[in-house]
Design a protein around this ligand. Structure first.
Ligand code: ZN
Length: 241
């Protein structure tokens, strides 16, 4: 089985559309989104429709839950909050319901686990930043690999004898080895590389590839300004911050 994995999309249709075109060339059997389909960007409705049309397995991100009021938006920074409030106004009732119905964790084919933040406390939307954070999630992992997002920075934590991490874009899992793969972000990368991030996983060869692709950042930024969203949200996608 070949899985196409979409990192945090964040209402960036230009990035999402480009990534999907690339993934179609990879002969993907199943589509996965690690959550945060909405928030920050100017095309929430379109992005929700696209993942639904793909029959994508989507888990809830903190922005998805904030938009449908399953998470308190008061803890968001001012820009994120403004985008959440704006997103509420432009989504249909059905699109809101889709976000509200998202689960925190999904397990596919006994092969792949999907979560937005951490596996041990998915409802807290914590970041996995240290080997210890990774250890706690790896203890809760029941499949060889887990895909996640949230930090918008691609990194893989591996459980062998100990927990290690790698920034390698290609990971071949050895027998008995397990991995937490942060696939980065489609719509708002934060690793100083503005190109959209996504991943492909082949369960037969147990190989993950995290990939990058340029997209029309200018167009996405213009839409953010035209929507009256904070200027900084249009700026940061140009620099990948
Ligand atoms: Zn996010």
């Amino acid at each position: 089985m070949r899985y196409g994995i979409l990192g945090d999309i964040h209402s960036n249709f230009e990035a999402l559309d480009t990534v999907i075109r690339e993934l179609r060339k990879e002969r993907v059997d199943r589509w996965i989104s690690v959550g945060d389909v909405v928030g920050y960007g100017a095309d929430p409705a379109r992005c929700v429709d696209v993942v639904r049309e793909l029959k994508c397995t989507v888990v809830a991100g903190n922005h998805d839950y904030a938009v449908c009021d399953r998470l308190n938006v008061d803890f968001f920074n001012a820009y994120a909050r403004e985008a959440v409030l704006w997103t509420r106004k432009v989504l249909s009732r059905e699109q809101m319901q889709f976000l509200e119905d998202l689960e925190l964790i999904s397990v596919l084919d006994g092969e792949v686990t999907v979560v937005h933040g951490s596996l041990n406390f998915p409802e807290m939307f914590d970041y996995i930043q240290t080997s210890y954070d990774a250890h706690l999630s790896l203890q809760a992992l029941t499949t060889p690999v887990c895909f996640l997002g949230h930090s918008h920075v691609p990194v893989t934590f591996l459980q062998g004898q100990t927990v290690s991490y790698t920034l390698d874009p290609v990971i071949r899992l050895r027998d008995g080895e397990r991995a937490l793969v942060n696939v980065g972000s489609v719509g708002q990368p934060r690793d100083e590389d503005p190109r959209a991030a996504y991943a492909v996983y082949d369960s037969k060869t147990r190989t993950v590839e995290v990939k990058r692709i340029e997209y029309d950042v200018e167009a996405a930024g213009r839409k953010i300004l035209d929507a009256g969203l904070p200027e900084i949200l249009a700026e940061r996608i140009k620099y990948g911050r």
